[in-house]
Design a protein around this ligand. Structure first.
Ligand code: SAH
Ligand code: SF4
Ligand code: F3S
Length: 440
């Protein structure tokens, strides 16, 4: 009988994909199958996130919990971004942890589980050509990594220190993975990277070195074109693009390619040009507004999502007013908002004008409240429209849901036959975050 693996995933979509790789590798090489029951697991893994302080604190409280309820001989492993940046210190603080495998070392998982005390956290490790074993949680939507790491140095961000230098996966490798996913039933491809639209700038030379392409032979736009020609690919999504790299060529492809879903993540972070400069984001308030205006003018049905940080060091009331101004002008369809959280070894951590937590909390609430108003208005506007919905999952109450091309979540009454199908749905009602409709 196979051994049981319990795995908990924190953090972003890249971590979710890493978890799929971990499950696949441990299944193929170490004979583990997954379980949702902690108490019956022979191996417990937590795939961690480091982006803010809170998920890091969560790691140690979770580990304590695992220790309490686990089977006597069950092993515990820590993977992901906190593994990358705390490394051996995790075992020092929680000596019952058996191994630590960082975010860029997933290919070493099979060996690490068999090696008590293993710590694999080399952030320069090149996994771009590693053929992971196959496993996908969702049948119809396949996440596919297109690059690892990040070449930006946003002053608040720990990711470059946990996922390493940016490196693109070869287009042949990506296309091959997409073909396999399509053969296994995927219709929607979700491209992943910290900086997807910088694709093609750096590749591996195969000997562990990263080479910067002087004359760029490949870029994100070209990759999108190639992927949309793969037979069976019906929809393409991607995250995260960087506003700085949203050039005209990219916008034109986004607008005109019918396979590219009309929803885009445009991480603003701050509306103040001064704060953006302190964050080293590389664009201004005006640049950001121009891009969003352009996209909205060319694709009226587009949904634009964003990330916003409030309370960055030195953020004045005027700076925050600029953020509110951008929110009012762009009317984002979804905002992921965060209070600035100082991270170890980042440039912002040592800035001397840190913002009082009370002020940051007040600003966060203001963003949330304003966004709620926009969300309600925008979702209401969808009532009466017909949308093409790709059905992905069943609910226990006899409803089935999927997503429209522009990423509205849509519920209808229906059964399993709809799974994996794209159907026209007339929208009959809405909540602030989802829609209800009828198949027509
Ligand atoms: N590569 C992506 C971001 C990955 S991190 C991008 O540039 O869009 C996801 C989000 O977490 C960021 O967009 C940012 O809004 C937030 N974030 C990152 N570091 C943070 C910090 N120190 N404090 C608060 N939020 C942070
Ligand atoms: Fe972090 Fe900036 Fe890179 Fe995004 S682009 S991962 S925020 S350093
Ligand atoms: Fe977190 Fe690492 Fe993703 S820090 S957001 S899991 S890249």
């Amino acid at each position: 009988m196979s051994k049981k693996l319990f795995i908990e995933t924190l953090g972003c979509q890249m971590n979710a994909r890493d978890t799929e790789h971990i499950i696949a590798e441990l299944n193929a090489h170490n004979d583990y199958t997954t379980t949702d029951i902690l108490e019956e697991a022979d191996l417990i893994i937590i795939n961690t996130c480091s982006v803010r302080e809170r998920p890091v604190a969560k790691l140690f409280s979770e580990l304590g919990q695992f220790k309490k309820v686990k089977k006597k001989d069950a092993k515990i492993g820590v993977c992901g971004c906190t593994a990358s940046h705390l490394g051996r210190d995790i075992i020092k603080r929680a000596p019952y942890v058996d191994f630590v495998v960082g975010a860029r070392n997933v290919s070493k998982i099979s060996k690490a589980v068999e090696t008590k005390g293993a710590v694999e956290i080399d952030i320069n490790h090149d996994e771009t050509a590693y053929a992971f074993s196959e496993y996908r949680k969702a049948l119809y939507r396949a996440s596919v990594n297109i690059s690892l790491g990040c070449d930006k140095q946003c002053t608040y961000c720990i990711v470059p220190a946990t996922r390493g230098e940016e490196i693109s996966i070869s287009p042949e490798f990506i296309i091959n993975e997409i073909k396999k996913a399509v053969e296994n039933g995927a219709k929607e491809i979700f491209l992943l990277g910290q900086n997807v639209n910088n694709y093609g700038k750096y590749f591996s030379n195969g000997n562990g070195a990263i080479v910067q392409e002087k004359k760029q032979k490949h870029n994100f736009t070209k990759l999108l074109q190639e992927i949309s020609q793969v037979e069976g690919v019906e929809r393409i999504r991607f995250t995260s693009p960087h506003p700085l790299h949203m050039d005209d060529e990219f916008i034109e492809e986004f607008v005109s390619n019918p396979k590219i879903c009309k929803s885009i993540h445009a991480p603003l972070q701050s509306g103040s040009t001064k704060v953006l400069k302190d964050m080293k984001r590389g664009y201004t308030k005006e640049w950001f507004l121009k891009i969003c205006e352009k996209i909205r003018a060319l694709v009226p049905e587009v949904r634009i999502t964003t990330d916003i940080i409030v309370g960055f060091p030195g953020e004045t009331d005027e700076d925050f007013a600029d953020t509110i101004d951008v929110i009012k002008k762009v009317k984002f369809d979804q905002i992921f908002n965060f209070k600035y959280s100082p991270r170890p070894n980042t440039q912002a951590e040592i800035m001397d004008n840190q913002i009082d937590d009370k002020i940051a909390t007040k600003r966060l609430t203001e963003v949330i409240d304003l966004h709620k108003i926009h969300q309600s208005e925008q979702m209401q506007d969808n009532v009466g429209k017909t949308m093409k919905v790709f059905f992905e999952d069943l609910k226990s109450n006899g409803e089935i849901f999927g997503f429209s091309d522009n990423y509205c979540q849509v519920f209808v009454s229906g059964s399993e036959e709809l799974l994996g199908q794209i159907r026209n749905v007339k929208i009959i009602s809405n909540t602030r975050t989802s829609l209800k409709g009828k198949i027509i």
